[in-house]
Design a protein around this ligand. Structure first.
Ligand code: PLP
Length: 378
């Protein structure tokens, strides 16, 4: 049997046809034909006025923050548990990331912890829809708007997820998505910025195009800015994937249900949660293993690897990593952000690729049970 991959896309004839059409026809006067269609369809899907296709979610977060005009010393709150792409752009614009704890059930930003991190310098918060779940957006948005703090939702992992019937990507001032090859909807590499705020949208259009004003003189730059664009081939791939989004999400939810079934009755593993108000699209099926097994995630990943199964570590707390070792905002975070520090050493992302079969999920769960049983016997 081939190795079981941890993540990967579903590509059909439709994607091949759209990309073939783009590489054949999206030149000259038609160069942008797929961008417009992809952006309009994406904005309609998440329920936003504006969507801007970008080379990555990192670029989308960078632009959104740049559009806020932060000053050195300004603070932006992020959850401890996320990929560094959420927090790195805060440094790009010269502001300071502040790390808040996560909720023990959703694994997303905890609203009360966010409230405790707010200072006179807090200008923005970036809640993350971790592994397809959503935080308590109502509480976060309310806390933030009462204090004039901008909410930028990092929905990279949650296309199609919902909170109280509202789609991920529709909360706060702006939201961002990733179309990296591991994500539910992919363009290989890519991202999207969505917002209802026209001034922010216009500002980001200029910032992503080397500071050229819309409708301005050719090759005339009014400021030094960035170059963040997606190719037509990627936009075509994204449009094809978006036209199949219900199918992709149904498959993600089905994969999760296979895991639930195969692990039914096994004590000591907690999978992703789905609160009554949430629709979780389970980007990554994730297992937290009970402390009593005394098994670190790195050991579990190695043991699964020996069985031909690829898996990934639950995100390390941002404040624990060398990248932030010298940051004042990381000092003391371990004792403040107990949930993130408690869960991270015991969490593993299990294979969640769209190519998975139920038979493979059964095999993964069988090996997982065996590894854990062996651990208890030792
Ligand atoms: C994947 C991911 C990103 C980064 O996306 P890129 O497109 O690789 O820049 C950002 N935030 C989260 C939570 C992610 O999972």
């Amino acid at each position: 049997m081939d190795r079981i991959p941890v993540a990967g896309p579903s590509i059909t004839q439709k994607e091949i046809e759209y990309v073939t059409d783009a590489v054949t026809n999206a030149w000259y006067g038609n160069a942008n034909m797929y961008h417009g269609r992809f952006e309009a369809a994406f904005a309609a899907y998440v329920g936003r006025k504006y969507a801007m296709a970008l080379p990555s979610c990192t670029a989308a977060l960078h632009l959104a923050l740049a559009g806020l005009d932060l000053k050195p010393g300004d603070e932006v709150v992020v959850p401890e548990t996320t990929w560094i792409a959420t927090s790195a752009p805060i440094s790009y614009v010269g502001a300071q990331p502040v790390f808040a704890d996560i909720d023990p059930h959703s694994w997303c930003l905890d609203a009360a912890s966010f409230e405790r991190t707010i200072s006179a310098r807090t200008r923005a918060v970036i809640p993350v829809d971790l592994y397809g779940n959503l935080p308590d957006m109502d509480a976060i948005v309310e806390l933030a708007s009462a204090r004039g703090i901008a909410v930028i939702e990092d929905a990279a992992e949650a296309i199609g997820s919902e909170s109280r019937g509202r789609k991920a990507g529709s909360f706060g001032l702006a939201s961002t998505f990733s179309f990296h090859g591991s994500k539910t909807l992919t363009t290989g590499e890519g991202g999207m910025l969505v917002t209802d705020d026209e001034p922010l949208y216009r500002r980001c259009l200029q910032l992503r195009d080397h500071g050229r004003a819309a409708g301005g003189k050719m090759f005339w730059n009014v400021e030094v800015a960035y170059k963040y664009k997606l190719s037509s081939m990627q936009a075509a791939l994204g449009l094809a994937q978006l036209e199949r989004i219900d199918e992709l999400i149904a498959r993600k939810r089905e994969i999760f249900s296979w895991y639930q079934k195969a692990l039914e009755g096994f004590e000591g593993i907690t999978l992703n949660s789905e609160a009554a108000t949430i629709k979780n699209t389970y980007w990554m099926v994730t297992a937290i293993v009970d402390e009593r097994f005394g098994l670190a995630k790195e050991e579990l990943i190695a043991a699964l690897g020996q069985e031909g199964i690829d898996s990934r570590p639950f995100f390390y707390p941002l404040s624990s990593m060398p990248a932030y070792a010298s940051w004042p905002q990381a000092q003391g975070a371990r004792s403040r952000n107990r949930v993130a520090y408690n869960l991270s050493p015991r969490g593993v992302n299990l294979p969640s690729a769209l190519s998975l079969t139920q038979e493979k999920v059964r095999y993964v769960c069988d090996r997982l049970r065996r590894i854990l049983a062996r651990q208890l016997a030792a």
